[in-house]
Design a protein around this ligand. Sequence first.
Ligand code: ZN
Length: 198
Amino acid sequence: MTRVGLGRGGIPDWLEPMVRFCSRCGAELEFGPIEGEERDRLACPGCGFVFYVNPRLVVTTLPITERGEVMLIRRGIAPGYDLWAQPGGFLEIDETVRDAAIRETLEETGLRVEPGRIVGLYSRVPAAVVVVVFEARIAGGRPTVTRESLETRPFAPDAIPWSDIAFETSVRALRDWVSTARPDLTLPDPPPTRDLRG
Ligand SMILES: [Zn+2]
């Protein structure tokens, strides 16, 4: 398991090398107090640019079959290679959350979906992400292998592969979904997370 720590300003260790220089003038950023700000921040000593570092939004779906199963993908890329997760990805700057949910699901599974209710919204501080999870109706398409997925297949609520789920946020979302879809089922204790990136 990769341990992820939080460095100065609460910025995860893995993210810090990416926020070293001012994107406006190229000088090295410094971390410290900023006038009018409640907390210390990264800022540029050269031009005064304040670099705000915020979590990114990951948009995902739980595509549900007519039989009430959830379609998951076996991931073909890191992080979480060879483990199961719901389809999803980062929201692009020029699209809505709903459009991103449809696009990412099609790209990773070959399925066309209609996003419905939001199952939940999950913060993961060490990964610097917020994951939104839609329940989605499958409206067309066929499950396909893609660059990002080794396999796409349905799982009944009582057959979720709990010990082979890639991300903590996926475990939390699937637990919330199962507890609504099948309130009679007893959920297993959450397994240890294998990868802290999501
Ligand atoms: Zn600067």
